[in-house]
Design a protein around this ligand. Sequence first.
Ligand SMILES: Cc1cc2nc3c(=O)[nH]c(=O)nc-3n(C[C@H](O)[C@H](O)[C@H](O)COP(=O)(O)OP(=O)(O)OC[C@H]3O[C@@H](n4cnc5c(N)ncnc54)[C@H](O)[C@@H]3O)c2cc1C
Length: 234
Amino acid sequence: MKVLIVYAHHEPKSFNGAMKDLAVSTLKEQKHEVKVSDLYAMKFKALADKDDFVKISNPDYLQYVLELKNAVDHDLFIEDTKQEQEKLRWADFIIFQYPLWWFSVPAVLKGWFDRVLATGFAWDFGNMYDKGLLASKKSMLSVTTGGPENIYSLNAPHGWDINQVLYPVNHGVLFFCGIQPIPPFVAFAVFQVGDEKRKQYLEEYKQRLLTIETTKPIKYHSLSDFDENMHLKT
Ligand SMILES: Cc1cc2nc3c(=O)[nH]c(=O)nc-3n(C[C@H](O)[C@H](O)[C@H](O)COP(=O)(O)OP(=O)(O)OC[C@H]3O[C@@H](n4cnc5c(N)ncnc54)[C@H](O)[C@@H]3O)c2cc1C
């Protein structure tokens, strides 16, 4: 497979850095082709604004979602966006490696979603979810947390289990564009657990990486499961 790792961490010696390096070496050993987008090292621009386009169609009023589509239609993206979209076109499988920040992704990764997954490139009106424009691709979130696993449940202080916390990215971003996420790999409480447990996480992650090609995606509804009012058919 062709695997793109989108990596969002500011410190190469971090546990996230160790997970990214392990993914690169393990996947290459398995003869997969690997590319890495190291967003901090690239100083990837997180803000979505007019500077993302060589030229915009309405200089008086920036409607970002329309300018994205215009840029796709007329080849008006700046170079970093073009390169990331080219990597996405190339990839069969995308791994997102990041620490959970505020139940979400670091700003630089959010910026990557905002700027790269453009209208007309990743999705379009009428081309969402199983009809998304990136529907042939699969993905996996590889996430570290500060909080321990038992704090992530309905009856615990965080109030959601980790799959619910990751749903906005897995479903609202990736599956929205057609990309099919497989179950995430989560290393909980990485700075509290101690070295033995961290080594165990890396071993478990390595085992997971060996099976990503054959792991079934999370089952989400296709648009045909809904009626004309967008209600789930019984
Ligand atoms: C703005 C912000 C928001 C946050 N929001 C949340 C939140 O909503 N929910 C939540 O749960 N947490 C949250 N956190 C915590 C965050 O998720 C953790 O800080 C992060 O997941 C830790 O990952 P890291 O890679 O930075 O760990 P690091 O601190 O870099 O590493 C942890 C430990 O692993 C060691 N290590 C590094 N490499 C290896 C190796 N190869 N083998 C063994 N050990 C190694 C390091 O030396 C260190 O001791 C937040 C943090 C910030 C800054």
